[in-house]
Design a protein around this ligand. Structure first.
Ligand code: WT7
Length: 635
């Protein structure tokens, strides 16, 4: 593969080329893939509908690019290395040949169960190789996967299944995460009470937890594999897909109460995920690459599965959590497999940093060459700790900024090529045309400025639509500023032209690198019987980056505040999932509102942040006394 940038000068030249003639640039990059038919047109777009088409007319299957094309020269090379939650359990290695066999067999299982191109399949699985196999098997036959993170509740899964009208669910009896067993199939059973569209559930055996298997609907993964083997259905010809056929849906939160199904399509996403993987991490043949994300998030889609496999890399998948059995687990894994590239999240770094250096000191980390960070702004202390104690000052840190909607990394150093700076995502990758704008949409030129981060030109990995509701895609991303994609992030450009992401400027909280809409949490809190009204904001949290702070008005005075807090937290876990549980719940008599009834979140945010000295303009408040009460009783 020859699209790897090797020097800063080359980066600058490539960037210039990519913005002067984006179509020629991406067409050249796309030559590095296997196409059944080449494109008629590289790009066809407008941000008004929006309409985004890359490589239209082209035909391909992404799994041919991620698997088949590597068989000849890398068939026996590990494609996936899997490390179990329990360090005593043996790890597994799947070579490209083995991955090919397993994906083909399971693709035949899907077909044998009536799945066709375009059908939606919900995947709710633990981090085991079969999750990657299920994803790739969907892609092989052109079924659209919708992976739901294992931490979401039955209600959240049901909402996502109904939104996409999924025909099938692929799950496991349970999953191991640290010291806990997650009862995945039980959660699915609860979800499916609301989901008549689901005809079949395939269940992988993992934990051996007792589960119910419903006749006619539920089938064991292992039995289904045997069935297709018996039928001699071993190989599965890849479905030939159009460039713009849907590849997957991934739900993400926004400012409103309802998660959006972000849609990515086959060709552009593939080219972008692979191109960015190769360049940002500077992957070299035989490198062991370890991304600690969960496949339930976009990072896992683009940088555990599609990007690395498209490049014939060895990708390491870890089932467990950073702190189990102790806070040295990541370093044990790096040591055990001689990991060369490690890609993780600031929240993990901060938590391991807090556990102290005892967990790092006897581990051999000398194999590491490149360190990555993703999901939220990385604070200077964590950046330095990562650099000194993990990279030993020898590994470039790539602080990668991107989003579920962007499909791949957008602003990031290129390892060893771009000079890094703590807390800075640094410079846009080739093809990415950034603009900072003010509230009115005026473009802010020059350096040493800050504004709202927008992208003014399409890139191949960008969102195409929000599933089932194209208007929502338009309104959310393309309507705030005319003719630009708006990211929802604030950003500054320093005197060197380097970019630093300052955080969300909308009503979204970033908790441990996971995006959570305040409206969603409020809706969940409001479902609790005694709650009249609530307002949720983020506040700085030492480990999670941001924590969830909820102001709640109760119907009646509660006897036991602590118990009521627990009940409310439990309600949120039930409705959304444990990831959305408020960290702090303050009971209040009223919320600061304008005369027109709008909650003044700015004030609530300031109080939650502990910055009450200057609450800004409070002259429009309906009842200033509520602010006094909230301030005085702050948690
Ligand atoms: C939001 C996207 C992209 C995969 C993980 C999260 C924040 C992401 C960084 C970074 C500062 C970052 C932004 C963005 N974010 N990476 N390197 N520095 N902030 O995906 O759930 O779609 O969230 O995460 O606020 O908008 P996501």
């Amino acid at each position: 593969m020859n699209f790897q940038i090797k020097s800063f000068l080359e980066y600058q030249e490539t960037y210039q080329k990519s913005v002067t003639n984006p179509e020629a640039f991406w067409a050249e990059m796309a030559e590095n893939f296997v196409w059944r038919k080449k494109w008629d047109e590289v790009l066809n777009w407008n941000f008004k509908d929006p309409k985004i088409e890359w490589f239209s007319g082209a035909k391909l299957n992404i799994t041919e690019n991620c698997i088949d094309r590597h068989l000849a020269d890398k068939g026996d090379q590990p494609a996936i290395i899997w490390e179990a939650n329990d360090p005593q359990e043996h790890h597994r290695i799947l070579t490209y040949k083995q991955l090919h066999q397993k994906v083909n067999l399971f693709a035949n299982v899907l077909k044998n169960n009536g799945v066709k191109k375009g059908d939606r399949i919900c995947i709710y699985m633990p981090m085991v190789p079969e999750l990657a196999i299920a994803v790739l098997a969907c892609a092989r036959i052109g079924a659209i996967h919708s992976v739901v993170f294992g931490g979401f509740s039955a209600q959240s899964i049901a909402d996502r299944i109904k939104d996409a009208q999924c025909e099938m669910v692929i799950t496991a009896d349970g999953g191991f995460r640290g010291a806990k067993d997650i009862p995945l199939k039980n959660v699915i059973d609860d979800a499916l009470v609301q989901c008549p569209s689901v005809k079949t559930v395939i269940v992988l055996t993992r934990t051996r937890t007792p589960i119910s298997m419903i006749k006619g609907r539920d089938k064991w993964w292992e039995d289904e594999i045997k069935k297709v083997e018996t039928l001699g259905l071993i190989d599965c010809e890849p479905e030939i897909m159009d460039a713009e056929d849907k590849l997957f849906i991934l739900y993400t939160s926004g400012s409103t109460g309802k998660p959006k199904g972000v849609v990515h399509t086959c060709a552009g996403y593939m080219v972008y995920a692979a191109y960015t993987f190769q360049n940002v991490f500077q992957y070299q043949p035989k490198d062991i690459y370890f991304c600690t994300a969960d496949i339930g998030w976009i990072t896992g889609h683009s940088y555990i599965i599609y990007g690395p496999l498209a490049q014939g890399a060895t990708t390491l998948m870890f089932e467990g959590v950073p702190t189990y059995p102790d806070a040295g687990r990541f370093w044990d894994i790096v040591d055990k497999f001689k990991v060369n590239i490690l890609y993780t999240a600031p929240t993990a770094i901060r938590s391991l940093m807090q556990s102290g250096l005892d967990y790092v000191k006897d581990k051999d980390l000398s194999s590491l060459k490149v360190l990555g960070s993703v999901g939220e702004p990385i604070n200077e202390e964590a950046w330095n700790w990562y650099n000194e104690n993990i990279g030993k000052g020898n590994c470039p840190i790539v602080d990668t900024w991107w989003q579920t909607e962007t499909g791949g990394i957008m602003i990031s150093p290129i390892a060893g090529v771009t000079k890094t700076k703590p807390c800075y995502a640094t410079l846009p990758l080739p093809g990415i045309q950034i603009e900072l704008v003010d509230e009115k949409g005026q473009v802010i030129e020059g350096n040493d400025v800050s504004g709202n981060l927008c992208i003014k030109f399409p890139w191949p990995g960008m969102i195409r639509t929000t599933y089932g509701d194209h208007e929502r895609c338009l309104q959310t991303y393309f309507a705030t500023y005319e003719n630009k994609y708006f990211t929802g992030d604030g950003c500054l450009r320093d005197e060197d032209g380097y970019y630093r992401i300052t955080g969300r400027v909308d009503d979204v909280i970033n908790v441990s690198g996971h995006r959570i809409g305040t409206a969603e949490v409020e809706n969940a809190i409001n479902m609790f019987t005694d709650v009249v009204e609530s307002a949720v904001v983020g506040y700085p949290h030492e480990i999670k980056g941001q924590g969830i702070y909820a102001y709640v008005i109760l119907n009646d005075h509660t006897e036991d505040e602590e118990l009521t807090r627990k009940d409310i937290a439990m309600t949120v876990s039930r409705i959304i999932g444990a990831i959305a549980r408020p960290d702090k719940i303050q009971f209040v008599k009223g919320l600061p509102k304008t005369r027109s009834g709008k909650i003044m979140r700015r004030i609530l945010r300031k109080i939650a942040e502990g910055d009450v000295s200057n609450l800004g303009d409070t002259s429009t408040l309906l009842d200033p006394s509520v602010v006094e009460q909230i301030k005085n009783e702050k948690l």
